[in-house]
Ligand binder design. Sequence first.
Ligand code: UD1
Ligand code: CA
Length: 477
Amino acid sequence: MLEKTTAVILAAGQGTRMKSALPKVMHAIAGRPLIHYPVRAALEAGCGEVVVVVGHGREHVEAYLAKAFGASGDGRVKTAVQKEQRGTGDAAKAGMDAVSAGAERVLIFYGDVPLLSADDVGAVAKKLDQEPTAAVALATCVVADPTGYGRIMRGANGDVVEIREHKDLKTDAERAIAEMNPGIYAASRAFVDEALRSLTPNNAQGEYYLTDIVSFAVAQGKRVVAVPSREAVIDGVNDRSQLAAADRAMVERIVHAWRVSGVTVRDGARIEDSVKVERDAVIESGVVLRGETRIGEGAVVDVGCVLTDVDVGPGVLLRPYTVGQSSVVRAKAQIGPFSHLRPDSDIGEEAHVGNFVETKKTKLERGAKANHLAYLGDGVVGEGANVGAGTIFCNYDGFQKHTTRIGKNAFIGSDSQLVAPVTIGDGAYVGTGTTVTKDVPADALALSRVRQENKEGYAAKLRARFKAAKEAAAAKK
Ligand code: UD1
Ligand code: CA
């Protein structure tokens, strides 16, 4: 329905109030930069084209848009540059120059209003459709505290006649107007081009205001129609306190959506926008799920786990405070508490990784176990093998990383060091406290510790000797 509509999204401003080296729209909420959400809303609404007006920090914004929408947006997302930030009207003008020939209408909105949805912008476009005599359709919202926003000024007959910026309000009566401008406008392309040419910076901020297209329409005897919007669309982000509020609102929205789809999510869990969770999973409080994390059906992610880009299979149990990154945990495996899965760990079906075990670039085959205090870096642990407490894969010689391979059903005794590169054969047994420096053949026993000696009655003699030494030292002082 909106193939001939181009969305023009204004995102060239620095965002001075963010006090940041990063352009405002690259600050993230729920794991994605602010700019992601309005662009997605435009695409989901079905706009044939999306022009993002960039300026301040444009290389960051352009790189992000190419990465996030380059392929998925089928070339619909492009950018236009506003060289100098002279106001939203000037930004819109820069955007209009990039609108392609076939477009008949434009939907203009701001890049710093992340909570608006495809429905919110779609409703404004639809309103323009339904009112063929209107020159502009725009969203409006009545709020408890409109401070800082542009106000909707209505004439005696109730028609919208002007948007007046907060800084340009003169009287308390004007400041008391609760109907504000969320900043979503739809109009024909021809009207916008003409209206933007008429703008002047005669206002409190000395800027070209996009909002002045409203009084321009009225001066030409044209109608402006208002679309009442949900309050959520108003939350523009101008400083970090508003960034926090928008983040909270977005995470709440995401959590609500997962709950409704059949996932138990306790209060205080944080699920970012890019995460997927299957039904009957349980996400306990204090859990943070980030990036491309996937949680399989019925998996339990217990209190305090932090997972970034981790693929968790069905029926997995992640006990409290497991930290994982760029890893795979296969069906019914059990991890934690306090396990650390560093990048490229692959924990097999029904495998166990226990407390204070760190893995990196290591694959545990089905049913393998490393239950306590171990470092497993650059290795393969065969099916059903058992790695004892305190085992260390000595993978690094100061220059290169080497691989440790443990065969199927092998047993690594506690407190062993496996000096890589090294291979332990299937079914082999490494005695407790062994430093393995050579390969161990299948079914062999490897031992490297000194033989134990017991001296009967010697403990008492030893104590007497140490006691006398202590007394002699005290007597000298
Ligand atoms: C704007 C509206 C105000 C509305 C509010 C809603 C105007 C004049 N005012 O005010 O009526 O209530 O949004 O959130 O439009 N930008 C550029 N180039 C510029 C200036 C701004 O691209 O030269 C971009 C910014 O990056 C930002 C957006 O336009 O994403 C809005 O600019 P901002 O300065 O935040 O406008 P507000 O003061 O919030
Ligand atoms: Ca703003």
